[in-house]
Write a protein that binds this ligand. Structure first.
Ligand SMILES: *Cc1c(COP(=O)(O)O)cnc(C)c1O
Length: 402
């Protein structure tokens, strides 16, 4: 009997909702694309989106910007992180995270990774003590949220400010608190492969008026900050407007227009993602040689991608499994490859940062496999994908042991 093959496309997103397309057409017809180009009395799509996003996260203030990477760099600048400062971050994350740290002239100090793919909190304590760093850029990489109660205890006790990278946790929660609301600033991305899609884009949220006023000035508000409606009062800007540089990275009305209906739909999409995730997880569970990543009961996840470990499988063994899955239409990424490929790079490929060794992270990344779950997949698709992976992992085992 022929082996079943999966024919779906792992990078195909759903279309922009019709309401977003209509709103975008209205912006195009108006000719007013710049966020501060407003008709008399008009609030504009960008400020409306910021109001929506503040409500969505429960934050006092929100700022929409040009990308998730920009949001993180802007957050660090707004906190006064600069040249020569050290910033703690996850050893397992994506390139824009160390990039944001480097963009302000600071140096990343990477922290080890647990088998749950979260930051290692014991190692974090050690590195806070040894590095002297007073800022943590915490990456909820691939949506895995660490014990946020313990993390905040550690950081608060040491006077470490926390910025959260929520590129993969927009819509997720820890113990009922939206992801991005534990630290002083939460950063999000609206890039095509995240949870809402404007091609490029991002957000910062915060309850801190002074920090948000600085972020708004930094993002390129000129002296037009009073046109923001999810912003601190004007008198707060008086204290920062002469000494905050303009590092333009604004959002425009066109992208805001296509994001607003998607944000309104996000809670429903989260349920759809989690149904796909559950189907793959269930299909993979109890596969000999394959370890699913157990999720913490306090985590409310957004299953837009799934990871698993192949502990003890050799590099050639993993390559063979990936090739066999690819031949059956299942596209897997591997964080253990010696050369960075596509979106997947590792802390040791970011050679502009001071060299560091993270043996625990290395051991995990060596067997870490990653797969996207776009909403264009069905639960049936996900069952088939899991079956294919399971077959190929089992089939490869005698080979890998040779
Ligand atoms: C995508 C991503 C970002 C930032 O995204 P942009 O592409 O700059 O919008 C930040 N962190 C992680 C972990 C990401 O995957």
């Amino acid at each position: 009997m022929d082996k079943p093959i999966f024919a779906g496309n792992f990078t195909q997103q759903e279309p922009i909702p019709e309401a977003g397309i209509e709103a975008a057409m209205a912006v195009l017809r108006s000719g007013r694309l710049h966020r501060y180009n407003l008709a008399p009395g008009e609030v504009g799509e960008v400020s409306l989106l910021e109001e929506d996003f503040a409500a969505f996260t429960g934050a006092r203030y929100a700022l929409a910007v040009a990308s998730g990477g920009y949001a993180m760099g802007c957050a660090l600048r707004a906190l006064g992180v600069g040249h020569g400062d050290r910033v703690l971050s996850n050893g397992f994350t994506l390139a824009p995270v160390p990039g944001a740290i480097a963009s302000v002239g600071a140096e990343p100090v990477f922290v080890e990774t647990t088998e749950a793919l979260t930051i290692d909190l014991d190692d974090l304590e050690t590195r806070i003590a040894t590095s002297g760093a007073r800022t943590l850029l915490l990456s909820h990489m691939r949506g895995h949220i660490c014990d946020m109660d313990r993390l905040m205890e550690i950081c608060d006790a040491a006077g470490v400010q926390v910025v959260e990278d929520c590129a993969h946790t927009m819509g997720a929660e820890w113990d009922g608190v939206p992801s991005g609301r534990h630290g002083v600033i939460g950063c999000y991305s609206t890039q095509t492969y995240k949870h809402i899609n404007s091609g490029e884009g991002g957000f910062l949220v915060s309850d801190d008026a002074h920090v948000m006023a600085r972020a708004i000035m930094l993002s390129g508000s000129y002296m037009l900050y009073a046109r923001h409606t999810a912003a601190p009062p004007a008198d707060v800007f008086e204290t920062v407007k002469y000494d905050t540089p303009n590092v333009s990275g604004r959002m425009d009305h066109l992208r805001a227009a296509i994001l607003r209906p998607q944000l309104a739909d996000l809670p429903r999409e989260v349920d759809r993602w989690n149904a796909l995730y559950a189907a793959v997880e269930e299909g993979l569970r109890n596969t000999p040689g394959l370890q699913v990543i157990e999720r913490h009961p306090k985590e409310r996840i957004v299953g837009s991608s799934i990871q698993f470990l192949l502990p003890g499988v050799s590099a050639p063994g993993i390559r063979a499994i990936l090739a066999a899955c690819a031949a059956r239409g299942v596209e897997l990424k591997w964080f253990g490859a010696e050369e960075p490929v596509a979106f997947t790079s590792r802390y040791d490929s970011w050679r502009y940062t001071p060299a560091q060794r993270l043996p625990k992270t290395d051991a995990i990344l060596a067997g870490l496999i990653d797969m996207r779950l776009p909403l264009t997949f069905t639960v049936e698709d996900c069952r088939l994908i899991a079956e294919i992976i399971r077959d190929e992992v089992i089939a490869a085992q005698p080979q890998a042991a040779e």
